[in-house]
Ligand binder design. Structure first.
Ligand SMILES: Cc1ncc(COP(=O)(O)O)c(C=O)c1O
Length: 394
């Protein structure tokens, strides 16, 4: 048999999908399941965005287009980042891709060599270490621990930098903890990046989903624009997950390198999606603000309710749409608690180890469900919590 390339064996999947598959199986058997496992908004894009894509397709905007994205969208992204994040970015520093994940993988392919060491947050998005290993590099975790409010420990990061370290990836607000990295943490990461000549890959996909304050991007710190690659997209802020639209922002020579990778792989992002993306960025109906206000209500209700469940402890996330719950006091492994919740209460969540070793005693629930459903989920969880109280007592 011809072989599969060894890099594939270095990759891992995403935990949410296996839970989702089991939850679907239970639903087919007639069970009522509340889905809190997937990181997918329950909203859909604004009507104007849907209309824009229909008009674009009708107008024949379905041809091959520029590999790095149509100029009008790249301009619009630069303006949007100025408006929403006060970033000085030009259109030539922007590359459009089919999804944030694709922008991320292009950046990683352009910058990471086999044998390099890449720092990434644990818990964090599982694709960072997975794709790092796939590129033949070493993925080196740095902790986001509850005792530090899930902020990075800069002493730990500094101690893990070696001559082989070439990049640090992070995500603020973080999936799964919801932590918004403090200004102090950003400044210290920037100082380390300058000192050790590192690339910073800043995954800002949740930047708009913030429950207070203004977003600060590491790009805006002195000297950081030349060594930072911002990764962002339309999936979360504009509820456009299946549209596959994302982008990277970086120095022109990095964008040029990524552009050559686009040419050698998927050629371009669909033009009609890009045109609809421009409408999303205009946000003419204030859809983003309305969505974030709704997430905030859900966060407040759900986090308060979780903290009333015996054995659960949850810090309110500063952004993104997840509740990250410490279940240590249940006395059971997170996998067992997740199983009880799914099989007996019909509430689907993910055991935290899916996000790294640091997630061992945690569960992640997504807030991408209506308030009534979240409330119902809390009631169900409260009812089955007698299970672990009994289990602990034995
Ligand atoms: C941190 C993070 N980055 C990237 C993505 C993927 O975004 P996209 O759907 O645009 O590829 C996700 C989705 O869950 C995410 O949580």
């Amino acid at each position: 048999m011809p072989r599969i390339a060894s890099r594939v064996s270095q990759l891992n999947g995403e935990g949410a999908l296996s839970v989702f598959a089991r939850a679907k199986e239970l639903e087919r058997a007639g069970r009522s399941i509340i889905h809190l496992e997937l990181g997918e908004p329950d909203f859909h894009p604004a009507a104007a965005v849907v209309q824009a894509v229909c008009e674009a397709v009708t107008a024949g905007r379905d041809r091959y287009v520029s590999t790095r994205g149509i100029p009008a969208l790249r301009e619009a992204i630069a303006e949007y980042l100025q408006l929403t994040r006060r970033l000085d970015v030009t259109a030539e520093q922007v590359l459009v891709a089919p999804g944030c994940k694709m922008a991320l993988s292009l950046a990683m392919m352009a910058l990471i060599e086999p044998g390099d060491e890449v720092l990434y947050p644990d818990p964090g998005f599982p694709i960072y270490p997975s794709f790092t290993r796939g590129l033949g590099a070493k993925a080196v975790p740095f902790g986001l621990e509850e005792r530090n409010g899930f902020q990075p420990d800069l002493g730990e990061i500094a101690g893990k930098i070696t001559p082989r370290t070439t990049a640090l990836i992070f995500n603020s607000p973080n999936n799964p903890t919801g932590t918004v990295f403090s200004g102090d943490a950003l400044r210290q990461i920037a100082a380390l990046a300058e000192k050790h000549d590192l690339w910073i890959i800043s995954d800002e996909i949740y930047a708009r989903i913030l429950f207070g304050g203004e977003y600060e991007s590491i790009w805006s710190l002195p000297g950081m624009a030349e060594r930072t690659i911002i990764i962002d997209g339309f999936s979360k802020s504009f509820a456009m997950t299946g549209w596959r639209l994302g982008y990277a922002v970086a120095a022109k020579h990095v964008i040029d390198a990524m552009d050559l990778l686009v040419l050698n792989t998927f050629t371009c992002t669909a033009e009609f999606t890009q045109i609809a993306g421009m409408e999303a960025l205009r946000d003419s109906t204030g859809a983003v603000g309305a969505m974030v206000a709704e997430y905030r209500k859900r966060r407040d209700l759900f986090v308060a309710g979780l903290n009333r469940i015996p054995g659960f402890r949850c810090m309110a996330p500063g952004g993104a749409f997840y509740a990250w719950v410490n279940i240590e006091e249940t006395g059971l492994p997170a996998e067992e608690v997740a199983k009880i919740l799914l099989e007996e209460a019909g509430v689907a969540g993910i055991a935290g180890a899916a996000f790294g070793a640091g997630g061992k005693n945690y569960l992640r629930f997504s807030l991408a469900s209506a308030l009534e459903l979240l409330d119902e989920a809390l009631g169900r969880m409260q009812r089955v919590s007698s299970k672990w109280r009994a289990a602990v007592a034995r």
